[in-house]
Design a protein around this ligand. Structure first.
Ligand code: C2O
Ligand code: CU
Length: 443
């Protein structure tokens, strides 16, 4: 172990040359594809260059701060792809001192493309570049962000949204909106702006609002002026979600929630609240949608929508793990403190969860640490089976980001179908820097 070993660079040997995975890949709902890493001769369908800069920029509040931009803005550009397309993103580090990477949060890309500094690649230093290539197979709402000193670099702006449309193209008659929530220096912004994002939508038109929570904490989302349906969570469609009203959706840190609204026939505007009075206002003639208070009722995803086949049998699990989150005094990188633990162990001494390709994995995630933790598993989507012993009865609820409250226990299951070394960490990013990190590794 090198002396400079740090939780930030994870202290791994150089995995930079890890070979991309070329295997069959099972997706949520039993979909199956091959060769997510396209052959090197294939021309990219979507090619994007992202130039990262350290830059002083003006906050919506008018104050200027030192931040990081991608192509001069933060958030960076929304990357749009269609299922099956080869996405190629060349990341250039012009001036971010600690080096950078890009992680495709929620997209189950091959391990070598996962963008975890110190695990799947080295951080891209100033003056260097790295090209990511992967086939965007999952349809849905995702985001990208740097995974080097991420608690600092994400906060300072190295992030953006990524949307994958179905191969059949976007649903006709639907207005499609991305609403990325981020906090800059205390200012709550949607798509980089403070205040409302206004979107034109005619009476009777359907609108899909893709809310991305890049914050470190859970955020309530609710709708004033119309019922809505929660149609997708973490990029996966829910099965037969019913319309609800006066109900808040609690959006996990790092998670995504796609809400669908049908515009009122009388031409009135609709307000999608994201964490507070502001958010997205949908309207035609007028954007005059009054703010409404946060509803007291919250949507329980364990019982929302209707059951559908999972594509695998969680009762036939070949591996069972506990992921028990706690806290105790000790040393992390030589610093004394009270640090997070996984199964009683402190980073980096947390044993890996070892699986073999094809395993059905069940994991019991419990939290007795005194705080809530939005847990994020890389490279896989897990289905939620139960919370505190209460079994899921609604639509399959697939997650890559799951809020585990203090005192709660979730049972989740997934298929180990994406070989590599994958992080499973808290997405309250300062907590990850404080050691709330474990890994899944294929034998
Ligand atoms: Cu969105 Cu490991 O992160
Ligand atoms: Cu946490």
């Amino acid at each position: 172990m090198p002396e400079s070993y740090s939780v930030m660079d994870m202290g791994y040997a150089d995995y930079g040359g890890a070979a991309p995975h070329h295997g069959a890949h099972h997706m949520p709902g039993g979909r199956s594809v091959t060769a997510l890493t396209a052959d090197p001769d294939r021309t990219a369908d979507v090619a994007v260059n992202l130039i990262a800069r350290k830059q002083r920029f003006r906050l919506p509040t008018g104050r200027s701060v030192d931040g990081y931009t991608l192509n001069g803005t933060s958030p960076g550009p929304v990357i749009h792809a269609t299922a099956g397309q080869l996405v190629q993103v060349t990341l250039v580090n012009e001036s971010v001192p600690d080096g950078i990477t890009l992680h495709w949060h929620g997209l189950d890309v091959p391990n070598a493309m996962d963008g975890v500094a110190g695990v799947t690649q080295d951080a891209v230093g100033v003056g260097k570049s790295f090209t990511y290539r992967f086939v965007a197979d999952q349809v849905g709402t995702f985001w990208y962000h740097s995974h080097q000193v991420s608690h600092e670099q994400v906060r300072r702006g190295l992030l953006g949204a990524l949307v994958v449309a179905p191969a059949s193209g976007p649903r006709p008659g639907t207005v499609d909106v991305v609403a990325l929530l981020h906090l800059y220096g205390g200012a709550r912004t949607v798509n980089g702006r403070e205040g409302d994002v206004r979107v034109q939508a005619r009476p009777g038109e359907r609108v899909r609002v893709r809310v991305v929570n890049t914050e470190n904490g859970q955020t309530p989302v609710w709708v004033g002026g119309s019922p809505f349906r929660l149609v997708a969570v973490d990029g996966t469609d829910l099965h037969e979600p019913a319309p609800v009203r006066d109900t808040a959706v609690l959006l996990t840190a790092g998670g995504r929630a796609d809400l669908e609204v049908t515009m009122p026939a009388d031409g009135s505007a609709v307000r999608v609240h994201i964490g507070g009075p502001g958010g997205v206002v949908l309207g035609s003639r007028t954007y005059d949608a009054p703010a409404v208070r946060r509803p007291t009722k919250t949507l329980d995803l364990l019982a929302y929508g209707r059951p559908a086949p999972l594509g695998f049998d969680p009762e036939a699990a070949s591996r069972r793990f506990d992921y028990d989150i706690g806290r105790r005094p000790g040393f992390l990188d030589g610093r004394p403190g009270i640090w997070w633990t996984v199964n009683g162990h402190m980073f980096p001494d947390v044993p890996m969860f070892v699986v073999a390709e094809g395993d059905v994995v069940r994991m019991r995630v419990s939290n007795n640490s005194g705080e809530t933790h939005p847990m994020h598993l890389h490279g896989h989507h897990a289905v939620v089976l139960s919370r505190d012993g209460v079994r899921a009865t609604g639509s399959p609820w697939w997650v890559d980001s799951l809020e585990v409250g203090n005192g709660e226990t979730y049972e989740i299951a997934f298929v180990a179908d994406n070989p590599g070394v994958w992080m499973d960490h808290c997405h309250n990013l300062p907590h990850a820097a404080e050691g709330l990190v474990a890994h899944l590794m294929y034998e």
